[in-house]
Design a protein around this ligand. Structure first.
Ligand code: MN
Length: 210
């Protein structure tokens, strides 16, 4: 019985025991918590818990991507979106399903050290709440209410099978900014050519490269 097992043990030893007893999650197996500041995720939320929070983290890992995480069943259902959420409905974007993250990850930002899984800087790009409009195994729709993102998004897998990895994310609403034009695919950076300094320096803003 739990009560008897608890007697004579310190709280942390008891927690450790409880941790060891439950099967470790994919999230835990991928990480060494003595090396990374990422949350261990002790507090497992209630299954079926009606959480409605979301976070989008900008993750400067080997390849820059954005992690979309939706609170769901006491954990954070997660996708890595290489190009970020689409701002308009024309272009669907790839979203790669990743392991569930613990709820504590809603607030995580910082430096994941070299050699650790997902090494690099992680910043919170947006957060807020979401409404579930449709949640089926192969299609769901949510309305995101963040500080930056506002709108309805649909997600559907492009892989077959029970646990599809590759999904697409589609913006169902028109662009938040009606005048918005998509970024051109290729932007040629402006090069700094050699030139004389302006004669009237006060009316110019310039920087000097060597
Ligand atoms: Mn990531």
């Amino acid at each position: 019985r739990v009560c008897r097992a608890r007697r004579g043990l310190t709280h942390s030893a008891y927690d450790g025991l409880a941790m060891a007893r439950r099967k470790s999650t994919e999230y835990e197996r991928k990480r060494s918590f003595d090396k990374t500041p990422q949350p261990r995720g002790r507090a497992k939320g209630k299954r079926g818990g009606k959480g409605t929070r979301f976070v989008i983290q900008e993750h400067h890992a080997t390849r820059l991507h954005w992690d979309l995480r939706l609170e769901r069943d006491g954990a954070l259902a997660s996708w890595a979106v290489p190009n970020g959420l689409p701002g308009e409905p024309k272009a669907n974007r790839l979203a790669v399903h990743t392991e569930d993250h613990p709820l504590e990850y809603l607030d995580f930002h910082g430096e994941i050290p070299k050699g650790s899984y997902g090494a690099g800087t992680m910043r919170i790009w947006d957060r807020g709440t979401y409404e579930e409009l449709k949640w089926q195994p192969r299609k769901f729709e949510v309305a995101l209410h963040g500080e930056r993102v506002e709108g309805r998004y649909a997600m559907f897998p492009i892989d077959k099978g029970e646990a599809p990895k590759n999904w697409m994310i589609h913006r169902m609403d028109p662009p938040a900014d009606a005048t918005r034009e998509p970024m051109p695919d290729k932007i040629v950076p402006m090069m700094a050519p050699r030139a004389d300094l302006p004669r009237d320096e006060r009316n110019w803003c310039f920087h000097v490269t060597r």
